[in-house]
Ligand binder design. Structure first.
Ligand SMILES: O=C(O)c1cc(=O)[nH]c(=O)n1[C@@H]1O[C@H](COP(=O)(O)O)[C@@H](O)[C@H]1O
Length: 300
């Protein structure tokens, strides 16, 4: 049986054309500070009793969206798990993004794009232009070809009122090799990224609002942000925090990692929630439980 279409989320009077940061703030206030990933791993498909092919992918992804739309602040599909099924997998990703948009639930497409300017313009048009089949409310971007190389994406996101999350301190153990490295002036690479993102959010910060250009800071990164001199609160950036669950971090780690920036945090987890499936109600309950635990850990 095809999954039920999710009910439309109602976030009050905020127009769909509001800035991404404002829409994210409203969604986090309504549902708690959690984005759930939709990563159709072969192991998850098997655990849900589904084949590792485009038909299994479609059933998995649409059931996950049915469970999560209207239940959490945002849903974060990981593009690679759709791309590995070729054009039929990408068609499923288009459907996931369209279903989330129809439901009024924010989508963060995890594509980690970053390239030379001319190519970056094409990536930006693919994911941040109005009417693009793979457009999302926000995307993840990699600044490790230089933060300036992301300019076409940051400009188009600003123009279309979408958002971006720029990798700063990632959750994987290999990240520090690049992100903790210090330049001639003694500044860490990740601190430079955070400084650049703060400039993008200056207007929102001046108005006391959440910015639309976020940073990725893993929940697994312990005291690194403070030790490396990242002033996360001053950036005004929404802070996407992966690493909860399968990668070993727990909600109670969030307060230590984020300190005074805790109100900006959008925690994210994938396998720890989706392994509750295939029952749609069980996935929704796992997501709600984790959202509440994150909200509690970040309160105060
Ligand atoms: O940008 C991301 O979402 C991301 C950044 C990062 O530093 N670490 C990280 O794990 N992610 C993504 O977050 C998801 C984590 O999934 P789980 O480990 O199953 O919760 C995956 O889709 C990763 O690609």
């Amino acid at each position: 049986m095809p999954p039920e279409p999710p009910e439309r989320d109602d976030l009050g009077d905020l127009p769909a054309a509001a800035l991404f940061g404002d829409r994210l703030r409203a969604a986090m206030d309504a549902h708690g500070p959690l984005a759930v990933g939709v990563d159709p791993h072969p192991a998850l498909l098997a655990a849900w009793g589904l084949p590792d092919d485009p038909s299994g992918l479609e059933r998995f992804a649409l059931a996950a969206v049915e469970a999560l739309a209207g239940a959490v602040a945002a849903v974060k599909p990981q593009s690679a798990f759709f791309e590995r099924h070729g054009s039929r997998g990408v068609a499923v990703l288009e459907r996931v993004l369209a279903t989330l948009a129809d439901a009024g639930t924010l989508s963060v497409l995890d594509v980690k794009r970053g390239d030379v300017g001319s190519t970056m313009t094409a990536y930006a048009q693919a994911h941040l232009a109005d009417g693009a089949p793979l457009a999302a409310d926000a995307v993840t971007l990699s600044p490790y070809l230089g933060l300036g190389a992301l300019r076409p994406a940051l400009d188009l996101a600003a123009q279309t009122r979408r958002g971006a999350f720029v990798l700063a301190l990632t959750s994987n153990p290999e990240g520090p090799q690049v992100q903790h490295a210090r330049g001639g002036d003694g500044r860490a690479v990740a601190a430079e990224v955070a400084r650049g993102v703060a400039v993008e959010n200056a207007d929102a910060v001046a108005d006391g609002r959440l910015g639309s250009v976020g940073l990725v800071v893993g929940a697994t990164t312990g005291g690194a942000a403070e030790e490396l001199g990242l002033d996360l609160a001053a950036t005004g950036a929404p802070l996407l925090a992966p690493g909860l669950g399968a990668q070993g971090a727990a909600p109670q780690d969030l307060a230590r990692v984020f300190g005074p920036a805790r109100r900006q945090v959008l925690a994210t987890s994938t396998r720890a929630v989706l392994q509750a499936g295939p029952d749609v109600a069980a996935v929704r309950a796992a997501a709600r439980d984790l959202a509440e635990r994150c909200a509690f850990a970040l309160s105060g």
